[in-house]
Design a protein around this ligand. Structure first.
Ligand code: SF4
Length: 389
């Protein structure tokens, strides 16, 4: 199968509805031949339906386009997300009436309907992939691109990695950051020094362990890897090590593999809407200002290619610094990707793709096809021509 990634830009060249994103999504769906591929299939449209009073998840107008295409092709679509998101989805405009199909919790209302697979990773002994996802015969991974405190970015991988596992495993996924030892108490037993290390962090990322105050606990989410704590910590007592950050991304790749293994390779489509890009995940239950300009929609058959194309395009934009939420972050403009500039040097948003390629989930090499230009831009080693974006 070709590694084309179809792209609809958020920008318009003229004032016409055909130049807007829902119309460009229609063209992407067409280029992916969705209608021809879903006859007789049970099609899971995996979304992140957000939480609380967030309002910048994928709008029902886009979802309906996909639902209608699946129905026109003779498939049976349903939209799905975690039970807690589905139960409150109506508050954010997602209902059977607005979407045009059933809206089901991925693992049943009690989060107990799942399929177990064995592929241990650090603290995660087994995977519990949501039953409704495992039962479906065709997958549409419909993601919203945004920032994320654990790994700088969330897109098509995170939508599956977190959203298709039950809550127990999602919790373990977040705990992988603590699997590799970073605090060595035998090298620092002095209480005043421990407090000085904690006080050195401008982002409150270091706290005392709740069970043993002589131990330090690192919250990797706010940590941006600035290293100020290391200037205070006695030699060998504390590590701020990439492994404690990128383990989350490797775990996400392994998790996504558990979902993808339940589908034939040609029965998966990946769509990523890179608009309203906020610093944190949609699960925060609120919407912040966009910190990057809207980029557009990406669609393809290869999860790695779609994620790479999305990240490359987002990476060409500049942070809108005045839209950052107060003094929550200390932006590091010397880092290569704008989302890394927010979240820190050890949160390389491309890591998940590298890990996934090693697992055989796809390839980051891609050809970007602008569905309005009808011409291909060949990507060289995963990097695309700036002229087309
Ligand atoms: S490296 Fe992380 S934990 Fe240490 S001071 Fe900087 S932000 Fe805080």
């Amino acid at each position: 199968m070709s590694n084309e990634v179809f792209f609809g830009s958020a920008r318009q060249r003229r004032l016409h509805s055909s130049e807007t994103l829902p119309a460009k999504l229609d063209r992407i769906i067409e280029r992916l031949a969705l209608k021809d591929r879903v006859k007789g299939e049970t099609v899971a449209i995996k979304m992140h339906l957000g939480g609380g009073i967030g309002y910048t998840t994928v709008h029902p107008v886009f979802v309906r386009k996909i639902v209608e295409a699946v129905k026109a092709g003779g498939g049976t679509p349903f939209c799905t997300d975690t039970p807690w998101a589905v139960l409150t989805a109506y508050q954010r405009g997602y209902t059977q009436e607005t979407l045009g199909c059933a809206l089901l919790p991925t693992a049943g209302l009690n989060d107990q309907y799942y399929k177990v697979t064995q592929e241990p990773y650090k603290n995660i002994k087994e995977w519990k992939t949501a039953g409704e996802i495992a039962d479906a015969t065709f997958l549409i991974d419909l993601a919203h691109a945004k920032g994320h405190p654990c790994c700088a970015y969330g897109g098509v991988f995170k939508n599956l990695a977190l959203g298709c596992q039950v809550a127990e495993i999602r919790s373990q996924l977040h705990d992988v950051a603590h699997y590799d030892q970073y605090w060595f108490p035998e090298k620092c037993s002095d209480d005043a020094t421990i407090q000085a290390i904690i006080d050195a962090c401008p982002l409150n990322a270091l706290v005392r362990d709740k069970d043993n105050p002589k131990n330090l606990h690192l919250h990797t989410e706010p940590c941006n890897g600035c290293g100020r704590c290391l200037e205070v910590a006695p030699a060998g007592s504390l590590k701020i090590d990439p492994v404690n950050f990128n383990s989350f991304q490797e775990a996400c790749a392994v998790s996504a593999k558990q979902t993808l293994r339940t589908f034939d390779k040609e029965k998966c489509i990946f769509l990523n809407l890179a608009t309203h890009i906020t610093p944190v995940c949609d699960c925060f239950g609120m919407t912040l200002m966009s910190v990057l300009p809207d980029v557009g929609i990406f669609g393809g058959n290869d999860i790695c290619a779609v994620e790479q194309a999305s990240l490359d395009a987002i990476g060409k934009e500049k942070l809108i610094l005045e839209n950052m939420p107060g003094d929550t972050y200390q932006v590091q403009l010397d880092l290569p990707h704008p989302l890394q500039q927010i979240h820190g040097r050890y949160k390389d948003p491309y890591d998940v793709i590298r890990f996934a390629e090693k697992l055989g989930l796809g390839s980051s090499d891609y050809t970007l096809v602008d569905v309005m230009e009808e011409e291909a831009v060949t990507a060289a080693a995963g990097h695309i021509s700036a002229a087309k974006l």
